[in-house]
Ligand binder design. Structure first.
Ligand code: MG
Length: 373
């Protein structure tokens, strides 16, 4: 049973280009399917999450991370009687705007854009992808997604100020997004705070002792595993601890969000939209644990000296290629040259680079900048 405050698909504000309904898939299910069939979605497979393939083929990439976020989001949405189809579509699309090389690529692209008085923001870029770049249908450009999915793309992780982004006015920037969108940001955190411990440990960049000392919630579940399974290998106890942590975060998010809904007397979706704060949240206790885990990962993994070299390379590649195409727009593919007649050249170069996979950008660097030094 869908809660009254869930998004009901029959109340959707619909698509930009109206289309007849489908005989056996509702509009959010169709959006989910359109996202999965998009080219930008498939490219997530060859985009860095934290590690390039230098370490191992079984580490997360942006696609497998996305699948983990979708899986966790479905569980949470279902437990809260929210619209699972909408939550799933939003989870699957949440990282579609990410450039190659994870956060290093994003940072370099944003820095390059700022030199031209512009910015790069992956949520805004995701909207450009689904509204324009994806060309799969004869009747319209883009994926023609429902309003609720486009709104969630923009608003799931933070609020945009209406004065600064007049072009986003249709997305009700003065209102909170529905819970289905609110939970995506927290689910994303649950997914990477646990997965990155796992991959970091497997990569030998984080030691068991280091994680136990720096992430108290992990240590708690590791101790439990030691009591229950004293004879098993450390790696299996490690897995139990990560699983315990993930389960605690998910359960807490479900229970605490439920409590907050009750406390705020929420009955209808409009009340969620008009609430001054987001209602999807961890309890204060688990919020502390989430922050500790995240801080640990920043200090010991994301900014570790072992990853610094590939990060610097990533930033250099992006900024040198950006400068190359600004100077030599005739070296851009013809469809991007055409686009540059309607929009500023830096925006078009940014679009081109943001769409690339890690492999493709290396090839381009080889071709135009003489390869890695
Ligand atoms: Mg993500």
């Amino acid at each position: 049973m869908l809660a009254a405050y869930a998004v009901h698909v029959e109340h959707s504000r619909g698509r930009r280009f109206p289309q007849p309904s489908h005989p056996y898939r509702n509009d959010f299910q169709r959006d989910r399917d359109r996202i999965i069939h998009a080219r930008a979605f498939r490219r997530l497979e060859a985009k860095t999450q934290v590690f390039t393939r230098r370490y191992s083929d079984h580490f997360r990439n942006r696609l497998t991370h996305t699948l983990e976020v979708a899986q966790i989001s479905r569980t949470i949405a279902s437990a809260l009687n929210l619209n699972v189809d909408l939550a799933e579509a939003l989870a699957l699309v949440h990282d579609i705007g990410h450039p190659p090389f994870g956060h290093a690529g994003e940072k370099a692209l944003d820095a390059a854009m700022r030199e031209h008085g512009l910015i790069f923001d992956h949520n805004l870029h995701a909207l450009r992808i689904v509204e324009d770049f994806e060309q799969r249908y004869a009747a319209f450009r883009g994926l023609n997604l429902t309003f609720e999915v486009r709104e969630g793309i923009i608003k799931h992780s933070h609020d945009y100020c209406a004065d600064e982004y007049p072009e986003l006015a249709e997305y009700l920037l003065d209102l909170r997004p529905p819970l289905e969108a609110q939970l995506i940001d927290l689910t994303d955190e649950i997914a990477y705070n646990t997965a990155d411990l796992d991959d970091g440990f497997e990569a030998h960049l984080l030691s068991l002792e280091q994680i136990r000392a720096g992430v108290p919630v992990f240590d708690h579940f590791f101790r439990d595993a030691e009591c229950i399974y004293p004879g098993v290998a450390d790696k299996l106890k490690f897995n139990e601890a990560v699983k315990g942590m993930l389960n605690r975060f998910v359960s807490d998010l479900i229970e605490n969000t439920q409590k907050r809904l009750e406390r705020a007397g929420i009955q209808m979706l409009d009340q969620i939209r008009n609430c001054p704060e987001r209602l999807a949240a961890f309890s204060p206790e688990v919020e502390v644990e989430r922050r500790e885990a995240k801080k640990f990962l920043y200090e010991n993994l994301y900014y570790s000296p072992s990853l610094a070299g590939e990060k610097d390379d990533a930033e250099r590649l992006v900024s040198e290629l950006f400068a190359f195409w600004i100077k030599n727009p005739s070296a851009l593919p013809p469809n991007y040259q055409e686009k540059a007649e309607q929009e500023s050249l830096p925006r078009i170069v940014c679009d081109y680079i943001a769409g690339m996979t890690d492999n493709f950008i290396y090839e381009q660097y080889e071709k135009h900048c003489g390869g890695m030094r």
